[in-house]
Ligand binder design. Sequence first.
Ligand code: CO
Length: 471
Amino acid sequence: MSETVNKKPVKICETVLRDAHQSLIATRMTTEQMLPIIDKMDKVGYHAVECWGGATFDACLRFLKEDPWDRLRKLKDGFKNTKLQMLFRGQNILGYRPYADDVVEYFVQKSVANGIDIIRIFDCLNDLRNLQTAVKAANKEKAHAQVALSYTIGDAYTLEYWEKMARNIEEMGADSICIKDMAGLLTPYEAEKLVKALKSGSKLPVELHTHYTSGVASMTLLKAVEAGCDIIDTAMSPLALGTSQPATEVMAKTFEGTPYDPGFDQTLLSEIADYFRPLREQWIESGLLSTKVLGVNIKTLLYQVPGGMLSNLVSQLKEMHAEDKYQQVLEEVPRVRKDFGECPLVTPSSQIVGTQAVLNVVLGERYKSLTKESKDLLLGKYGATVKPFNPEVQKLAIEQTGEQPITTRFADSLAPELDKLREECKQWIQQDEDVLSYALFPQVATDFFKYRKAQQDKIDPAVAKNGAYPV
Ligand code: CO
């Protein structure tokens, strides 16, 4: 590995309009709350503003009764000098099931047409076959295709593994690589080694995306930048730290006067922070922002379980009146993960492993009941895992379904579905993009379309909000 690092200003991607509020306040920032500050944000000199995709699409339609496409167009209007970035779940797009290639391609096309410049694409198993359609589509639309590696720890995840992944990512036509450390597992000195491994595997720019959950994130960014990391993700301080990202102002200040200095104007940054601070107070008051997500959660390092997954486990156990089993479940998670090919824990694999671990403990017998998602995973429908499945457990899935495991790319077995989807929702379509909202969340999108129509027809939105528009 080369030891020479070219020292240059670090580029910064601002996450306050996407991941920061997704991580801290359940993705509830509205477009109206974003727009007044865009002018100032556009002057900072960010490499990009991450502002779309991830859970924002679902949250817009489901909770905020906003059209996500309309939000994107408004953001594009405001950000005249700054690139807009989105997060894209590979073949699952922004939803929770794999889609046929025609839907993936059309979604990429419309995202770019409405204003997205950089598409960050990831897969929960790091199976690059699940990213190839989206990467190719981004190439075709002349957008920047970034492949994000879901970071995790385990026997299979050696520096050689990451280096080889970087090589493969470059070969598949991506424009940059992101380390996506959704759980905050990446420690500073490991980050240094990891960045060097990725740099030695490819010539692509490397970006680091981490979360403050375990308390090490700003140190991790520092060591990564010193090791040659080109871009880091940060969030404006009122929505930083905790389960969110390190603070933008703090990281910019850290590099001041060094070759890594991004050259940001701290006065301008403080004006932007002044805008978000009263909103933060408002969210704390309403209970949307809980102090629980703001502290250091050292359990994530201990069990290598993302913070969001921990809280899901608690609520699942609560529903089953089995809260006393929490510790046992925490210990079962790594065992299930091992049986399931040592996969990273990120949507949706985190939910699959978590739910199975809960069942294994609560039912008092491991794999007494396999969820549908567990069976699909064990049959290869989510893709290939880095290590083989436990053959005993996989055998259960084969016996219970009568299906044979697949080793091909699952989406190859899916027929084009765009026309069928369009037919299903045709009565509501007001713009080309509506079919994509429907494809991702059929019920939620239909409810939103009813709400939208009710508003246009000046029917009481309170009535229509519940999907009760009389059609
Ligand atoms: Co994130």
